[in-house]
Design a protein. Structure first.
Length: 338
């Protein structure tokens, strides 16, 4: 039976989720920047933008968070671990590329050591994703063999109905079904409701050809890398806005005797990222750092997890201050490979 969530019932849905103990989070626009934040009513949601500037990654892997507090005494070191507060969450209105990015990173955070911070948040969060009916020139999910309605990483997929009256709901996981049981009485059954067609996102490069070229050791020292990265200024915008990038560093804040150890985002675009204590830097040029970014996403990561470390959101190109990004690089690699 087709379940329909009407837009004019969304306020009641949010209220019922809150009453059932869920925090409700969705994209909100503030000063022309859309990011995910807690909401109490539907009017606070920005569901019309093609893609929020910030990603849902911030909700699972914060830009900075405390790991432990330490106190150094004469005989011992006392530590107190921080853990995220236990709280169920509904993330309403993410796009498929953001939801799939979380599923792409799941094996990374669990392959040799299960990151309790990541998986606690993942297990307690219901991803309610809205299929894309519009796209821009930067969208490239189809180039990554995903789609504007890819179910990867979503607990519920909402398909917009014609006329903007609501969404057709597809329940994809037990978490999604549990959350929708809370609003069952607010859902409509209408077998005649017609969803809008999904966005047309042209394929922009040949992913298989790119991966084959990147896997060839002869291309590691290719002059191509210097040419393609000439404009890169190493600002890290692409990595900080990427939903799958996950590099981090630990920093101790305090004095000789006490402090807090924090986990902070880091970026392979930064010159200090690979700097050794000796002063040697194995990636001393920006071209080497850009090569590492591309190699990691489309050679090293898929070689280990059989997944590309990219969901095709296009933020790296959309927000780059010098107008370059992954799309352009893979388009050029496609030409070279062929």
């Amino acid at each position: 039976m087709t379940k329909i969530l009407l837009r004019d019932k969304l306020d009641d849905c949010i209220a019922r989720w809150h009453a059932a103990g869920y925090d409700v989070i969705g994209p909100q626009k503030n000063n022309n920047i859309a990011r995910f934040a807690p909401v109490t009513k539907a009017s606070e949601l920005d569901l019309e933008s093609i893609l929020p500037e910030r990603t849902v990654k911030d909700l699972f892997f914060p830009q900075t968070e405390p790991m432990l507090r330490y106190q150094i005494g004469k005989q011992k070191i006392d530590t107190e671990e921080y853990l995220p507060p236990r709280r169920k969450r509904v993330v309403f209105g993410s796009r498929p590329c953001d939801a799939s990015a979380m599923a792409i990173d799941d094996p990374l955070f669990g392959w040799d050591y299960k990151d309790a911070y990541w998986f606690q948040r993942r297990d307690e969060t219901v991803m309610i994703t809205i299929a894309c009916t519009a796209a821009d020139d930067f969208c490239m999910c189809t180039s990554l063999k995903l789609s504007p309605d890819s179910p990867l990483g979503s607990d519920v997929m909402l398909r917009p109905l014609t006329g903007g009256v609501g969404w057709h709901a597809e329940l994809l996981s037990e978490r999604g079904r549990e959350a929708f049981e809370r609003i069952e009485a607010l859902l409509d059954d209408d077998a005649n409701a017609q969803p809008e067609p999904i966005a047309d996102v042209p394929v922009k490069f040949d992913l298989d050809a790119c991966r084959e070229w990147l896997a060839n050791p002869e291309n590691f020292e290719s002059h191509f890398w210097k040419e393609i990265s000439m404009r890169c200024i190493g600002c890290g915008t692409c990595t900080f806005l990427c939903p799958t990038c996950h590099c981090f560093d630990f920093q101790d804040e305090g004095d000789t005797y006490s402090g807090i150890r924090r986990k902070n985002w880091d970026s392979c675009s930064f010159a200090l990222f690979t700097m050794h204590t000796s002063g040697h830097n194995p990636r001393s040029t920006q071209s080497a750092r850009w090569r590492q970014r591309i190699m990691h996403k489309f050679n090293y990561f898929p070689g280990k997890f059989n997944l590309n470390s990219c969901s095709g959101c296009g933020r790296c190109s959309r927000q780059c201050p010098v107008d370059m990004g992954i799309t352009e690089t893979l388009q050029e690699i496609t030409k070279v490979a062929k």
